[in-house]
Design a protein around this ligand. Sequence first.
Ligand code: GLA
Length: 618
Amino acid sequence: MLRKLLIASAASLLAASPALAQDGLQPTGRWTAPRMGAAATPPMGWNAWNAFRTEVDEAKVMGSAQALRDTGLARLGYRYVNLDDGWWLQRRTSDGRLQIRTALFPSATPKDGGEASFKPFVDRMHAMGFKAGIYTDVGRNACSQAWDLKSPNLPVGTVQEREVGLEGHVDQDIGLFFGEWGFDYVKVDACGLADYAPGSAVVAKNGYRPSDPLIVRKDPTADRSQAVRDLYLEVGQSIARHSPDGDYVFSICTWGRGDVRAWGGQVGNLWRTSPDIGSRWSSMLRSFDSVATRTLYARPGAWNDPDMLFIGAGDFDEAHLTEARSHFTLWAMVNAPLLIGYDLRDAPRSLLDIWGNADLIAVNQDPLGNQAALAAHQGDVQILVKTLSGGRTAVALLNRGDKPAGATLSSQHLRLAADVPIALRDLWSKADLPPFKGGRRFELGPHETLVFETRDTASAGSVLLSEMPARIHVAQEPTWAPPADGFDGPADAAGRPGGAQIDASPYRTPLTVAGRTIPHGVGVLANSRLEVRAEAEFKRFSARVGVDDASPSALGEVRFLVYGDGQLLARSKPLRRGQPPVDLTARLQGVRTLELVAVAHGEGPPPAVAWGGAKLAR
Ligand code: GLA
């Protein structure tokens, strides 16, 4: 049974909500996600790592930069040329200044008794119309020093001289990179927090100073996430100080660890969500899977990062263009950074055509910044839907398997009424498909991804929250809940479920309340607060709320509260698992920030809740 709730006066309702004193559940009355740096759309460019690892040098980087220009890729938006590990020689112990491996970067050689400097290199990049990126580690030592032990380009010297990471030198190094050398982008890795434990082989054999890991490789639940966050926060603040024009990108690289899902977007512009991508299909899928369920954590200025493109190598080389196109399509759909990892001095036309697909670049760079959400999983086929500007939608069908597979795309996946004609344009072949209604079956080859764009099909009247993930900020959610039986869903790096989801419960089951499936909405654990940027564009909010059947415990009661600019607009009675959903509505006269709070009372883990069909009407 659905029950209409009366909207009571704000004062009387507020008085009845003592549990709101709980941290983070109090309405703030405003959108609190910070906006910093220069990543309004996902960064695009080139990075040396996947092509060269530490065997990078100036000719290779310059050659690839030149090729970005000559091939026209630069004009399509590939703007950042980023160094990765391997550029450094050592840290000078007299004053802590980092020394560049000038044998690899001759233009950095000191002139007239001065210092080695990347300024000439960066100036040249800028003169060519590029932005330049550099690489460091948030700890004392870097990743290559633990993982690339055969590299000819590891830092040299005493234990102290080989401490090239930021620890103890944050402001000095960031000032050097951004202030003195003029870099525009920094990737900050985290091996220094993970791989130099007392007694570890690398410490014993190679003579590094040990430190107790804050990221515990073998036991993600032991990560000291707050400490990891604080270190990155210090780096971010230093970057902002040394880039007063705000033209910077801060790339966080903790491989999804340290609970970065919760804080990446508060601290930096992009954050890795998975271990390093390799050139195998399964590795690409692992990276993709690590972002595909994090739609609600990205927005303009803050992006999930499944790692750099591996197009051109292994399962994505010239002989595997189907896989290469799939990789590019998926990265475009999930708003991943598009960082080419290939030696562009010698790139075949077939690969250039993939990086150069202007329609997919436009999907990735769409100004609304909505990451695609998973809409369906039929056998080996997943369907991804991304709301674009101009009332358009991009939809991709991915065949994960190595056999042909089919799937049916329905109007419900596109969040359209069944009688709306669907006209699709294929973003690889550029063909227009004959319009259809209701649903249409597609056949896919092994590892194939089809991707289409719809014409303007948006209804002017109302918009589902599912269609505007970039305008939702998961401001507060519990960090831990035990898995429901058989849970195999969107774990964070620590294997814990619970992230807020579009059109699914935090356990990735369909939103279901009292046996009733609700096709669209936001699923999240209770004791959560979502901020929604309404920007005074809407007159009314409505949702059908309840405790999701996927909740592990039937004990807790949940109350749903809706705030507009800090004022309580509506709230539900306490609801338990198994009780039918309840309609909540609120009038939004001029409301800029809407807040959706679900508060659990009682013992046990917070239940999963459904903000079913949540939508804003104009
Ligand atoms: C880590 C990062 C990679 C790369 C290497 C460099 O593994 O995740 O992207 O930067 O370090 O050593």
